[in-house]
Design a protein around this ligand. Structure first.
Ligand SMILES: [Zn+2]
Length: 60
């Protein structure tokens, strides 16, 4: 399982078509909405994903 770095929803890699590569890592998203948010400012969300105690940026 993976975590949507934007809303922190748990994502099943086999179930989603919303994914993107960034700096050699693969990220999965619950929706195109979160994927677009990530692609607008990937560094911000990569940082958030590394420090889960900050909490999600948005909820969806
Ligand atoms: Zn999401």
């Amino acid at each position: 399982m993976a975590t949507d770095p934007v809303c922190y929803m748990v994502i099943d890699e086999d179930e989603t078509d919303c994914r993107t590569h960034y700096k050699g890592q693969e990220f999965y998203f619950c929706s195109d909405f979160c994927r677009k948010k990530f692609e607008q400012d990937p560094d911000r969300y990569v940082k958030l994903a590394r420090s889960m105690d900050i909490g999600p940026d948005i909820s969806c």
